[in-house]
Design a protein around this ligand. Structure first.
Ligand SMILES: Nc1ncnc2c1ncn2[C@@H]1O[C@H](COP(=O)(O)OP(=O)(O)OP(=O)(O)O)[C@@H](O)[C@H]1O
Ligand SMILES: [Mg+2]
Length: 259
């Protein structure tokens, strides 16, 4: 069976600065793909490009056999004094990506601060409408019982952990066919990290494939089928779960003993 998500030789960044180059990434149906890499190496930029929030510079993104990006093309642009070639970038439409079921839970869980938990959850399915199986409206509270007690609280009064839970719950209510979780454990206590790992297991159990980003190899090791090591803007190795070393060993491998 072919992969659900297939990213081919994808390059991109923030004009004029290139952040990542020639990235190949595949996520199989039902799988959890881990993306590990140090701060600022371009993980979020790559994921924002895959979900169409930034235009790719080159390469292709195929989701369930359908190409999400329209191909770039060269055109001649004429002005009064000169003709010059321009490259029309490969355009992406984030709405189309979300409707195809590729749902991105952004790093830092941006939410509407004045909406309550209940209000936020009520608009989540309408906001994205992924192409997957509609989720049970009670799912947020099954995944995160703590959210139930906070139903009437405005998002701006939630703790970091609760915000993260709410953002993931919204992602699940959008009926994902693939869920991107960009550093869901950022700033969480060790106890909450464990709870989050349980939630990721439960999401997998519901049959939803995941791309999971984290800066801790130990956290990813128990959850992912394959670990993609992302450094300096490219995927330098792909490790099956059985071959994933501990965090210190991998960091020492990548950057030397000082880490
Ligand atoms: N909107 C932006 N405009 C210009 N440069 C940006 C923008 N956002 C991020 N960058 C730069 O792009 C590079 C990659 O950042 P990115 O956030 O993708 O890395 P990351 O691997 O996700 O890091 P982290 O682990 O801290 O989340 C960094 O040098 C960052 O400063
Ligand atoms: Mg990031």
């Amino acid at each position: 069976m072919s992969a659900l998500l297939k990213v081919e030789r994808l390059s991109g960044g923030y004009e004029p600065v290139q952040i990542f180059k020639d990235v190949d990434l595949e996520v199989e149906h039902g799988a959890c793909a881990g993306l590990f890499g140090p701060n600022g190496h371009g993980k979020t930029t790559l994921l924002r490009t895959i979900s169409g929030l930034i235009d790719p510079w080159s390469g292709n993104i195929l989701f369930d056999g359908v190409q999400l990006n329209t191909p770039g093309e060269r055109r001649t642009r004429r002005s009064r004094n000169l003709n010059y070639d321009i490259l029309v970038r490969r355009r992406m439409d984030p709405k189309k990506v979300a409707r195809a079921g590729l749902i991105h839970v952004a790093q830092g869980s941006p939410l509407f601060p004045e909406l309550t938990v209940a209000e936020t959850l009520s608009i989540a399915p309408a906001a994205a409408r992924g192409g997957g199986r509609p989720s049970d409206p009670e799912l947020p509270f099954t995944l995160f019982p703590q959210l139930k007690e906070r139903r009437q609280s405005k998002a701006r009064f939630l703790s970091g952990g609760e915000r993260q839970m709410l953002a993931i719950a919204c992602g699940m209510l959008a009926a994902p066919r693939l869920l991107i979780l960009d550093e869901p454990t950022l700033g969480l206590s060790p106890k909450l990290r464990l709870e989050l790992a349980d939630a990721v297991h439960a999401i997998r159990g519901a049959g939803v494939p995941i791309i999971l980003v984290d800066q801790d190899v130990g956290f990813l090791r128990d959850l992912v089928d394959k670990l993609h090591v992302f450094d300096h803007g490219s995927i330098s190795r792909v490790l099956p779960r059985a071959d994933i070393p501990d965090h210190e060993t991998l960091m020492a491998d990548l950057f030397g003993k000082a880490h």
